[in-house]
Each structure stands twice: as structure tokens, then as C-alpha cells.
Ligand binder design. Structure first.
Ligand SMILES: [Zn+2]
Length: 665
């Protein structure tokens, strides 16, 4: 691994400093406001410095200060977003949101600044290195995409629209985060089928057991509860999170984004948002959805038949599945026909061991080690770690892994400081909702799904850290094509699914016995069951996200369109009276481009093929090559070029198809 480090040469980050993510660590609304204001005024100072230049445009008087502007603004935006999602105090969360919005608004204004645009038009970078040329290419492109060449009145309208969209999006997210619902059960008998520790951790209070829509509460109910009525009640609440508030919020979001796209000269928002992705156009995105739909067709029909048949064992006259059935029935078929129960593996996934296992595996693969540091954090439960390669410190990450009230209720990695070569080290946070050892009676055991999520999100974190030697903000990982960004984390999931990966850390919490190879292989076979159906569900989401944004929103009834696409792509009928679109958070963050998950999965499967070919998945040499060619460049070149360089050929669909067909007989 040291060879790969040395080979990095110019990307050496040793002179870079560990700075303090001040806004992320602020403890009062006033402090958040003050730090955000200071950050943005720093950005403004650099802006006026660029605009004051009279003579020839140079890197020093244009790109360097522009980089400083982005550096200041990104920290406000990124850390504001983190604070909004994690702070224990609602007032501080609101301040985080204000900071985020102020930062976004500043960035929008920047891309609409005609004088700044003209400064870049005059900057000659033809004799500069490729990374610098690519940075400037993207800066110019983004100016045009933002509408900088429109007249002043239009630019004013664009700016106002962007601000409205940011605010509406935050409202949409907040309505989901804060709408924690619950059902009450009269007796633990209704939880039959659920793990004993799950039931023990939820004793009745005044005769009632409360189960919330938070993931650690709700997901096991869908998966294990024998009582269909309990699952139905849970699903009703789960699919109605954010309803009715988000109905109008979503309508507004679609209208405003469409208006923006039209002002910018695009037919609709989907056309606008796909243009700078790997996929390149809304048409190509729709074709891709169609390609996966077709590839998954026969497999899906088969999966569905098996599940309906299994349902008949409990409901003899069932003709179809209900929306609260798939997780449960898939689990049953896996147990009965593949002799695999998710609960069988849970005792091997004690939270602390999983965390340490991820450290060990990624440490071995990428030649790094993680050292716990006593750094201030935003909550007492958050841990901070530094990443070292030999003696060189590469960056810092924070693990915020357990649920608490008001916190973001999904799983994501948040960059806090973007690493810049010779200047500052990267820092990022992982925010998840895994079982908490401090509040769980007995060991905090994870579902295998949680373990996969942990690897996935850790993949994002490593991408942040390893790409920390970017020359410019504009060539850092944050600027990579959006439909590529999931590929590295999806690839890291492979180590959470295979015996060579799992056996290194998954040991039984009571006996200490490593997870048997035979059990992991059985799990792999069982998990391959229903893959067609699960892919179709993703394709339904992708089609929905595209359809909400690729037409005139005045014709859209969001519920009717969701039902229509559900019927077209996913064989499980829509649950009448529910409003999935109100809690489909990606409709804000991802807008039209939910397809990116499947697109990058196709790439991830391809990226993993060299490991499979060698038959050694814990191969530091291959992983070193991967780190060097895929992770470290950030966005210094187009993702497609990185993939070709790493694979030594253009990307292919074959590995994905093999995965899709795995176990189908
Ligand atoms: Zn991800």
C-alpha cells in the first residue's frame, strides 16, 4: 500500500492543516448565525478582490480567490446542513437551516454574477494542467447553466426562484423528519414473529406498546410481524408520514423547479438536471429505466408468483400482495425455502464489532488506520477519528450513528470540510440510525441490512477522505457527476455480503464464534431471492422521480401519477389512501434523478469485477489501484474517464445482469 501512497506524488496532502468545522460545532443559534455570516462575508471579500482586477486575468487574481469563495461558502452550506439534520436543540437546527439557505443563496448569486462570469471568460488556462483546465471548464459551464447570460430581470427571477426552491425543499424534508407517527398495541402477542430482544425493549406502558415509524422500530415490524393487521397499521402510518402537509409543498416544489428550467431554456426540470450527469439527458434516463425494466421482467414475475403462493398459506384466497406484505413474505420464503432467517445472522452483528470490522477491512484494503481522537463534537454520543496512511494524516471523520429526537432519520454521509491539497484536510460525518448500545438492553444487534448500510455510508466517507488532495474545490469529490457518486459506496457493500469480508469481524456476541461460511453463502442465496421485485421497486421510484419532473406540473396529480407508475413498474398494488410521495425525501434532494442509484449500481458491479476475477476480495493491490484511480481524483476528470482507466476498457452491463440473474433458475 505504501507504493500507492508514494505514487500519488503531487497529491501529497501532508502540508494540509486540520481546521475546525466551527459551524458544525456551534452550540447556540446566535453562534451559528455569527459563524455563517463571517464565512459568507469572507467569500464576499474575495469576490470584490476578483472584480477589482484591472489588468490581465490570471490564476492568481481569478481562480485562486474564486476557490477561496467556494471554500468559505461550502463550509457554511455543508455544516449548516449537518446542524439542521443533527443538532439536539430545535432552535440550533433552525439556525443551521438559515445558514444553509444563506449559503445556497450566496452561491446562486455567484453563478448569476455577470462580471465574475466575464472574468472567467477572459481567463486563459490553455497552458495549465488538466485538473485546472477541467475546473475552469466546469465553472464556465455552470455559469451558463445557472443563466448568467440572461438579462437582468430574468437573472433576478432566477435568483428568487432558487431561493424559494431551497426553502420549499427544506420544508419538505422537515415535514418528513418531524412527522414521527406511531401505533399502539394492546399486547406483546401482536408482535409475534419479532425478535425477543425487540419485544423486550418495548414494554407496555399503561397497557399499551408504542411502535413508532422510526426505522429501528418500524422496519422489523414489516419484516417479521406475523400479524398482517399490525403490519397494515404500521404501513398506513409509514406511508403517510409528511401527509397532508407535504402534498402542497411537493406541488409547489414541482411548479417552481419547472418554472426555473423553462426560464433557463429547457423544456422541463428533468432535462435541466440530467444535462451535467454521466447520463446526459432526460431521454437517456428514461431509456435506462426502460432497459432495467426489461432486464428485470421475467425475474420479477417469477418472484411475485412465489410470494403470492406463500401468502396463500396464510390467506388461502389471496390473489395479490398488499403493500405491507413483501418484506414479511420475502423473509418467510427466505426462511422456509432457502433455510435462512435474518435473525440467524443478527447475533453476529453486534454494533461495536461491526464498526471495528469496517475499520479493519477498509484499513487493510486501503492501507490506512483510524485513531479515535478527543475532538469536540455536536453531541456526546458522536465519536471522532483521524485517518492515517503510514505516518501521514489524511483527514478526520465523525460517527453519529444512533437515533435521537429531531435527528435526520435515514443514513447519509455529510462532508464538513473539503480537503484541498496543501491547504486543509478533509472532514466528514456519518449520520445513521443504528441500534444504540447505550440504550439497548443487552447487546445492540444489527440487521444485516444495517451492516450493508454502514459499509455503504462508510464508502462515501472514504471517498471524501481519499479525495482530500484535490487542487480546487471545483475538482473535489463534491463536484463529481451525481449519477456516479453512489458507485464507490455501492461497491464497498460487496465486503458486507461475502464470507471473506464478514468472517473477519462478524463473531457471535455470546460464543465469539466467527460467522460460518456456510451461513453467509446461504444468506447470499436467500438474499438473491426476490431481487427482480426489489429492482422493480427501485425502478418505480426512478420512474416516479423522473415523471414528476419531465412534464408540465400543472397536469400532475401526484397521487394519481404515483399510482399509475406503481401499476406500470411494480406488481404490488398501491395502498389506497396512503401518500408515499409525501415522505419520498429524494424528491427534494434528488429531484428527477433517483435513477442514479441503479445507474451507479451498474457501474459498481462492474468496478468490482477485477476483485472477483482475482478471486481475492481482500486484495490491497487491487484496492490500492481503485483508491488511486477512482477515489483520489475526486472530480478532477469525468467519471467515465476514471472508470475506463481503472477497468482498462469501457464500462459494461454484464456484471449487473449476472447479479440480477443470480439465483434465478
Ligand atoms: Zn449513498
Amino acid at each position: 500500500m505504501t507504493t500507492s501512497t508514494k505514487a500519488r506524488g503531487p497529491r501529497n496532502v501532508s502540508r494540509a492543516r486540520m481546521t475546525t468545522p466551527k459551524l458544525a460545532l456551534a452550540t447556540s443559534p446566535a453562534a451559528v448565525d455569527r459563524i455563517a455570516k463571517a464565512g459568507l462575508s469572507r467569500g464576499k471579500t474575495f469576490l470584490s478582490r476578483i472584480l477589482r482586477v484591472k489588468g490581465r486575468r490570471s490564476i492568481e487574481n481569478t481562480l485562486d480567490p474564486y476557490n477561496e469563495i467556494l471554500r468559505a461558502a461550502y463550509e457554511v452550506v455543508q455544516q449548516g446542513e449537518l446542524v439542521f439534520n443533527v443538532h439536539a436543540n430545535a432552535k440550533v437546527r433552525d439556525a443551521g437551516n438559515r445558514a444553509y439557505q444563506a449559503g445556497m443563496s450566496f452561491l446562486t448569486e455567484l453563478t448569476l454574477n455577470r462580471d465574475l462570469y466575464e472574468a472567467f471568460e477572459k481567463l486563459d488556462v490553455r497552458s495549465r494542467d488538466a485538473e485546472t483546465r477541467f475546473a475552469v471548464f466546469k465553472i464556465r459551464r455552470d455559469f451558463k447553466r445557472a443563466g448568467v447570460d440572461k438579462d437582468e430581470a430574468t437573472r433576478g427571477r432566477i435568483k428568487a426562484l432558487n431561493e424559494e426552491i431551497t426553502a420549499i425543499g427544506s420544508e419538505f424534508d422537515r415535514n418528513i423528519n418531524e412527522d414521527v407517527r406511531s401505533i399502539e398495541l394492546d399486547s406483546p402477542k401482536l408482535l409475534e414473529g419479532l425478535p425477543a430482544d425487540y419485544i423486550a425493549a418495548r414494554p407496555a406502558k399503561e397497557g399499551k406498546i408504542t411502535i413508532t415509524t422510526n426505522y429501528p422500530d418500524a422496519l422489523p415490524v414489516f419484516q417479521y410481524a406475523r400479524n398482517a393487521e399490525v403490519r397494515r397499521r404500521m404501513q398506513w402510518e409509514f406511508l403517510n408520514r409528511g401527509y397532508p402537509k407535504n402534498m402542497a409543498v411537493l406541488d409547489r416544489l414541482l411548479v417552481k423547479r419547472n418554472e426555473l428550467a423553462r426560464l433557463l431554456g429547457y423544456g422541463n426540470y428533468a432535462e435541466y438536471v440530467t444535462e451535467d450527469k454521466m447520463i446526459g439527458s432526460a431521454k437517456a434516463a428514461a431509456d435506462f429505466v426502460g432497459k432495467i425494466e426489461k432486464a428485470s421482467g421475467p425475474r420479477t414475475d417469477k418472484d411475485y408468483k412465489v410470494l403470492v403462493e406463500r401468502k396463500r398459506k396464510e390467506s388461502p384466497f389471496a390473489e395479490a400482495l398488499d403493500s405491507w406484505d413483501p418484506s414479511y413474505l420475502i423473509e418467510r420464503v427466505r426462511a422456509e425455502q432457502y433455510s435462512f432467517s435474518s435473525q440467524e445472522v443478527r447475533p453476529f452483528f453486534q454494533f461495536e464489532k461491526v464498526r471495528d470490522g469496517i475499520f479493519a477491512i477498509t484499513g487493510k484494503l486501503f492501507g490506512v488506520r483510524y485513531a479515535r481522537v478527543t475532538s469536540p463534537t455536536w453531541h456526546e454520543s458522536v465519536e471522532a477519528y483521524d485517518v492515517f496512511d503510514d505516518g501521514a494524516r489524511l483527514g478526520r471523520f465523525y460517527l453519529d450513528l444512533h437515533p435521537r429526537p429531531g435527528k435526520f432519520n435515514h443514513a447519509a454521509a455529510f462532508p464538513l470540510i473539503v480537503g484541498l491539497r496543501g491547504t486543509q484536510l478533509p472532514q466528514a460525518a456519518l449520520v445513521c440510525n443504528f441500534p444504540d448500545p447505550r440504550t439497548t438492553k443487552g447487546p445492540a444487534l444489527m440487521e444485516h441490512n444495517d451492516v450493508v448500510t454502514f459499509f455503504h455510508e462508510f464508502g462515501h466517507l472514504l471517498h471524501d477522505i481519499f479525495s482530500g488532495g484535490s487542487k480546487w474545490l471545483k475538482t473535489s469529490m463534491g463536484d463529481i457527476e451525481w449519477d456516479f457518486v453512489e458507485a464507490p459506496s455501492q461497491m464497498l457493500e460487496e465486503w458486507a455480503r461475502r464470507p471473506e469480508g464478514l468472517q473477519g469481524f462478524a463473531t457471535h456476541h455470546e460464543t465469539g464464534e466467527p460467522i460460518p461460511k456456510e451461513l453467509v453463502e446461504r444468506m447470499e442465496r436467500a438474499q438473491a431471492f426476490a431481487r427482480g421485485l426489489l429492482v422493480r421497486r427501485q425502478i418505480f421510484f426512478a420512474a416516479l422521480s423522473l415523471a414528476y419532473y419531465n412534464r408540465d406540473p400543472k397536469d400532475i396529480d401526484t397521487t394519481a401519477l404515483a399510482k399509475e407508475l406503481n401499476a406500470a413498474y411494480y406488481p404490488v398494488p398501491w395502498y389506497e389512501g396512503t401518500h408515499f410521495q409525501c415522505n419520498f425525501g429524494h424528491l427534494n434532494g434528488y429531484s428527477a434523478v433517483y435513477y442514479t442509484y441503479m445507474w451507479s449500481l451498474v457501474i459498481a458491479k462492474d468496478l468490482f469485477t477485477p476483485f472477483q476475477k482475482k478471486g481475492v476480495i481482500l486484495d490491497p493491490v487491487q484496492a490500492g489501484k481503485y483508491r488511486r484511480l477512482i477515489l483520489e481524483p475526486g472530480s478532477a476528470k469525468p467519471a467515465a474517464a476514471m472508470v475506463r482507466e481503472y477497468l482498462g476498457r469501457p464500462p459494461r452491463f454484464d456484471a449487473f445482469r449476472r447479479w440480477l440473474d443470480q439465483g434465478a433458475s
